[in-house]
Write a protein that binds this ligand. Sequence first.
Ligand code: FAD
Length: 366
Amino acid sequence: MTERPTDTSVVIIGAGQAGLSVAYYLRKLGLDPGNDMVLLDRGPTPGGAWQFRWEALRLGSTHRVNDLPGMDELGLSFENADRTLPAREVISDYYRRYERHFDLKVVRPADVTRVRATFDGFEVTFDDDYGDQTFSTQVVVNATGTWGAPFVPWYPGMNDFRGRQLHTVDYTDAESLRGLDVVVVGGGTSAIGFLMELEGIAASLSWVTRRPVEFLEEQELNLEGGTRAVTLQDAAAREGRALPSIVSTTGVPRTRRIQSAIDRGLLTPRGMFERIEPDGVRWADGTFQHADVIIWATGFRPELRHLAPLKLREQAGGVTVAGGAAYRNANVFFAGYGPTASTIGANRAGRTIARQVVAALSSLGY
Ligand code: FAD
């Protein structure tokens, strides 16, 4: 087993865009990766949650994916990346090179199961190839994203459905659903992506959303800077409420592909069905749609189970976080949470949280 310290100043949980960005800025501020800070990630390879996304997802069919801070030093930019390759391959490759270039020393696969407060800091327990291990640390930065906490709403009859129910995290490819009647639930880009991929492959396709979908005039979503979605996420985080769905507040950008799908009538959602029956879904007006498969593209919740011993959750259902810092524990930070849950937000979180972490360490005498 590689020797590594069991005592460090900062543990960053999660090495996606948010965790890597925090590590980059901490290193810039003088912390030594592998000694002063440790990054733990559950994924088997670099790439954050992108490594798990479906094969057909391309950088051109996502929103803008912002470069990690300092990535230009490596001569890399997602803008110029190969759009014929799956996004998961490109992003994993770029993150791998980034980690190596900045020597960020990510420990993986390391699944953090528990973070506990001690009299002088925290104990972070994780499972890796060698079993249960623990680090002691002064500061914890949580950057665990949402992919590990898929959300599926409950509808009557769903347990009796005889077909398959998939969430976005289970979707692999359109071909495996060839010839089937498919119902896609959800009003975001993932749902729209699935509809476009399944067109002409599924025997029938129905799109169901809880609210009408707002197609924006813009071709690209502004995931940053005072947009309504960011403001609402920030307000919820500051008040310790459960975070609102991002998609319900942003609308869907009208890219050329989406506009042409609208023009050919593919993207006309129906309101939500009332119940699920063994062979399909039924609306309140009695109409019925046969379904072999229901795809729930219904979003995610932040993944925070491992933080339960810290008792950060409020009665209002969320964690109070302002400017990346947890209100209930001054030495716990959240990157990629709420208003910073986008690649550009994650970059911003990295910069602001790294400064606060250094200030926290100096007030602790490190
Ligand atoms: P992640 O990339 O999810 O990284 C979190 C890491 O933490 C993962 O590697 C995970 O394995 C690890 N982890 C989780 N729990 C634990 C644990 N207990 N112990 C150890 N490790 C753990 N944003 C954009 O800006 N542009 C886009 O085009 C875009 N497209 C998206 C498409 C989809 C389908 C989805 C779901 C999201 C999309 N987003 C997009 C949001 C996007 O994923 C984020 O903006 C960004 O990549 C998230 O980075 P992150 O580091 O916060 O999370």
